[in-house]
Design a protein around this ligand. Structure first.
Ligand code: 6CS
Length: 336
């Protein structure tokens, strides 16, 4: 082989190696929870499918590793992260339509109805894509983590009972409207501040699904847990849109496959989450008071929720209004 031919072969090899390593990328994925929490279960399944079907790797950054939810979102929008799981409870400040998931009493709480609502609902599956795109995000999946329950220091049965209660909410503005409408004094703060705020009595309560309450000991920091039936904790997984658009057709199909398989998996798991969380709380904290508002008691909160619907429509405009109407139809369909 002449020197020229060796050089040409070496350069071809270098190109091949380059091409191979360029196609085996490490994708960074941030979320708001730990690997053992619902977002972590979804992320691990997503990673498993990607890595089993390609040379790519998925590097997961759990809660706390990249700052608060808002910090991780900035990094995702800047393209430093390829994937992010962020819940409407935080995204709503940026995408008002996402706050549809925060409007009280438009989502089911029965686990089988929840599964149907998320699996087949037109609103969830078809109506949010454009709103996320406008913020540079390709929406991949939305899934529930369990019914929202309220933990407080004192029992409440009516909006009047909530008067003066300082309730922590996530940072989406509509949550402040909800708890104001429910009679309380809401305070928005990121997750990282909540435990300290409960310990120092800066807040008297908060809302979250039972799996989360149990995992982060929120029951031990409050005295009562109340089922108001007002909604699900919903979360969303998305990709940086520029990154997604730049993928080959094959990789786009892979990302969609992984998103769908992880979604199917988590929707199966989700039906168990409420019961699992509640059981663990009852076992580890038998004296904790658990209240389930009656249908009659819920009526007063539903009446107040009309104010929240109006605030949502004002913030999210006609597109938000259409989403809300569709959600109500999906709720009816899920109940049948
Ligand atoms: O309350 C919160 O801020 C947190 N709740 C859940 C269920 N997941 C992450 C989020 O930061």
């Amino acid at each position: 082989m002449t020197i020229k031919k060796i050089a040409a072969a070496a350069s071809a090899l270098a190109m091949l190696v380059g091409a191979t390593s360029a196609s085996a990328d490490n994708w960074r994925y941030a979320m708001e929870e730990a690997l053992t929490d619902p977002q972590g279960m979804y992320a691990l399944k997503f990673k498993e499918v990607i890595e089993a079907n390609s040379d790519h790797t998925v590097q997961i950054f759990p809660i706390g590793s990249l700052g608060e939810s808002a910090d991780a979102m900035e990094q995702a929008q800047a393209g430093l992260l390829q994937f992010i799981d962020q819940s409407p409870g935080f995204t709503g400040a940026m995408i008002p339509e996402a706050e549809a998931f925060l409007v009280p009493y438009v989502q089911p709480t029965d686990p089988q109805e929840v599964r149907k609502f998320f699996k087949e609902g037109v609103a969830v599956n078809e109506m949010f894509h454009d709103s996320y795109r406008e913020q540079g995000l390709e929406l991949l999946a939305m899934f529930p983590e369990g019914e929202m329950v309220v933990t407080t220091m004192e029992e409440f049965r009516t909006p009047e009972d909530m008067e003066g209660m300082k309730i922590r909410t996530m940072t989406s503005p509509l949550l402040l409207e909800t708890y104001k409408a429910f009679g309380a004094s809401p305070i928005a703060m990121p997750w990282g501040e909540l435990i300290g705020a409960l310990k120092t009595n800066m807040v008297d309560g908060q809302e979250n699904p039972t799996v989360w309450i149990e995992a982060y000991d929120l029951d031990n920091l409050t005295k009562v847990m109340t089922y108001t039936g007002h909604g699900q904790y919903t979360t969303a997984v998305m990709a940086n849109a520029e990154f997604y658009d730049g993928l080959s057709d094959e990789d786009k199909a892979l990302v969609q496959k992984a998103s769908q398989e992880a979604l199917d998996y988590i929707l199966d798991v989700a039906v168990e989450l409420d019961a699992t969380g509640l059981k663990k709380i009852q076992e580890s904290n038998p004296d904790y008071k658990i209240v389930r508002l009656t249908d009659e008691e819920r009526e007063a909160f539903k009446e107040r929720a009309k104010l929240v619907e109006a605030a949502f429509i004002e913030r999210a405009g006609p597109r938000g209004e259409a989403i809300l109407e569709q959600m109500k139809k999906d709720l009816e369909a899920a109940r049948q």
